[in-house]
Design a binder for this molecule. Structure first.
Ligand code: ADP
Length: 161
């Protein structure tokens, strides 16, 4: 099941929220910064022990001070014009996050619009990849796509089947 919800992902009480992290897993701006601020320093300490994550893969931690039980950190691709495997890497970030949730027995998961902020991925193209990948690989899970603003919400709603 896929739904679109507009707001701040750090407020969601789901089994896991997904973080659009960078390869260091040591925090950054955007949704990554918001998640680390809301989760508290324990999250960064746990991320340091993991030691990074390649683009397209995912790692799981506890939720610390968040209402969500876990954070799944995934690294989306930086948009380089479309010829650098960006579509496949973004699909892989979604797919690996869904698989990690399933491997841990989780049933509800919320995604931000991975790569569509500072990483520059065109949001409509990213939304189509998100919806297609979740339909193929996350049908058994309760999936929320989080839009941070009105424009993102409209783009995600358009991409739904
Ligand atoms: P990336 O580096 O993967 O592009 P960003 O964090 O820059 O990641 O942006 C990803 C998306 O997350 C953007 O659409 C941005 O508007 C959105 N975003 C930023 N803060 C939040 C938040 N607190 N909750 C949900 N989405 C957020």
């Amino acid at each position: 099941m896929i739904r679109v919800w507009q707001g701040d992902i750090t407020t969601l009480k789901v089994d896991a929220i997904v973080n659009a992290a960078n390869e260091t897993l040591l925090g950054g701006g955007g949704v990554d910064g918001a998640i680390h601020r809301a989760a508290g320093p324990g999250l960064l300490a746990e991320c340091r022990r993991i030691g990074g994550c390649p683009t397209g893969e995912a790692r799981i931690t506890g939720g610390h001070d968040l209402p969500a039980r876990h954070v799944i950190h995934t690294v989306g691709p930086v948009w380089r014009g479309g010829d650098a495997d960006e579509d496949a890497l973004l699909a892989s970030a979604y797919r690996n996050s869904l698989q990690l949730a399933r491997d841990h027995g989780l049933t509800s998961i919320a995604f931000p619009a991975i790569s569509t902020g500072v990483y520059g991925f065109p949001p409509d193209r990213a939304a189509r990849i998100a919806v297609t990948t979740i339909a193929e690989h996350g049908d058994d899970l309760d999936v929320t796509l989080v839009a941070y603003d009105d424009k993102a919400a409209a783009i995600l709603a358009d991409a739904l089947p």
